[in-house]
Ligand binder design. Structure first.
Ligand SMILES: C[S@@+](CC[C@H](N)C(=O)[O-])C[C@H]1O[C@@H](n2cnc3c(N)ncnc32)[C@H](O)[C@@H]1O
Length: 391
């Protein structure tokens, strides 16, 4: 496949070659591996994986831009939505999952400080060493300045806590299995990663029981898939949701990501799945290229995410587009303030456009939220288009 991409150089090329060899060794020892295991290693193999090794990932100099990386408007707007929730709770925590470069934490805390609604603690759950380092640098002396605690955790807290759980573009980074549907009467195929003449290749094998069962259940729910329909299924979604919510007693949980309700996510027209690779702001589909040097991601099945919340007794209260959510949080006021005081008002306008425009982040990204433990709050009540019924 000719993708016309500039190959990685220097240390990145060396790390990728090392990871490629490690994958070949694992396949030689264990046989072909599920795509989820490949994705786990490509993204998170200690010292070698995309998120575990040192290079810049996010922002203009990296491979992709997230809402928080566009500028502070996103976090400032989310702060307006969260301030009333935090004010209701005594000594609340914010737990952010996968905080990327740390800019969301920095910008959110600065905005909450202005609202007089700082949490007692900000806890960053970041399993990847290089990003944890970047986050520490970005957040700098904020904890001292605001007289609060900012700390890092390897795992979500299991002890009881109250406050806000926030995850922006984390669920899409969970490893997925890939499948091919061969008809309701036939066995489902799992698309796996194998080796041939020293190269990684995709291959197929009959799906194991869990994948077979999950895919046939999806096929029943979705409109007539054609034979050969391909998609992804995330086996770790349910356990991940259970673990991130395990300690939260009173508060709000907020998941933001690209994806759709199940009927759309697995629409028959999306017959090649949603797995994508990001490399220097280019998107392509060759997931085996330069393992560890490019991001791999799959869109989120928001119905499955909502079901995973339900399964641990947390009922989602809001499902909407990012644009609807930000409008409900009062992005107009946040924009006017930022615009009036900006040295580069044009840059603020650009942020607003990217965050809100349909066909871009505005509606490709969705928000799923839940109020936990019967907290009485009007969080989400100002969102005009709550599509919870679509899940
Ligand atoms: C696409 S980045 C998003 C970064 C940031 N939230 C943003 O929007 O800019 C994905 C992040 O999720 C983290 N991550 C991946 N798996 C995770 C897990 N199981 N728990 C917490 N964070 C995780 C990655 O290390 C990375 O920080």
């Amino acid at each position: 496949m000719s993708l016309d991409l500039p190959p990685p150089e220097g240390e990145l090329a060396a790390l990728s070659a090392q990871l490629h060899q490690l994958l070949l060794d694992v396949i030689e020892r264990d046989g072909a591996i599920g795509f989820d295991r490949y994705m786990q290693m490509a993204l998170y193999q200690p010292g070698l994986g995309y998120y575990s090794a040192g290079a810049v990932k996010l922002g203009a100099d990296g491979d992709f831009i997230t809402a928080s990386e566009l500028g502070p408007l996103y976090a400032t707007t989310v702060a307006q939505g969260l301030a009333p929730v935090l004010e209701k709770l005594e000594r609340p925590d914010i737990v952010e999952l996968g905080g990327g470069s740390g800019v969301f934490c920095r910008d959110l805390l600065q905005a909450l400080h202005k609202h007089g609604a700082l949490p007692a603690r900000y806890r960053m759950v970041e399993p990847n060493a290089s990003l944890r380092h970047a986050q520490t640098e970005t957040v700098g002396g904020l904890a001292e300045q605001y007289g609060m605690i900012i700390e890092w955790l390897d795992q979500p807290p299991t002890e009881h806590w109250n406050g806000v759980l926030f995850a922006n573009e984390v669920a899409d980074a969970l490893p997925v299995k890939r499948f091919r549907f061969n008809g309701v009467e036939a066995a489902v195929s799992e698309i796996v990663v194998d080796a041939q003449a020293g190269q990684l290749v995709l291959a197929e094998r009959p799906a194991g029981a869990a994948l077979q069962q999950a895919v046939l259940a999806l096929a029943e729910h979705c409109v007539a898939w054609p034979i050969g329909f391909e998609g992804e299924w995330c086996p770790s979604l349910q356990p991940w949701v259970a673990s991130v919510l395990s300690g939260l007693r009173h508060g709000v949980a907020l998941f933001v990501d690209y994806g759709d309700a199940q009927g759309q996510h697995y629409h028959r027209q999306r017959s090649e799945g949603t797995l994508r690779c990001f490399y220097r702001h280019r998107v392509h589909g060759d997931a085996l290229l330069w393992p560890g040097a490019q991001d791999l991601t799959a869109s989120v099945d928001f119905t499955a995410l909502a079901q995973a919340l339900d399964a641990v007794g947390v009922t989602p209260s809001l499902y909407c587009t990012q644009a609807a959510f930000l409008l409900g949080c009062g992005i107009e006021a946040a924009f006017e303030n930022a615009y009036a005081s900006a040295e580069q008002p044009y840059a603020v306008a650009q942020q607003a456009r990217s965050l809100l425009t349909p066909g871009q982040m505005g509606d490709v990204f969705k928000v799923l939220a839940a109020t936990v433990g019967g907290l009485s709050t009007d969080f989400g009540a100002h969102v005009e288009d709550n599509h919870l019924a679509a899940l």
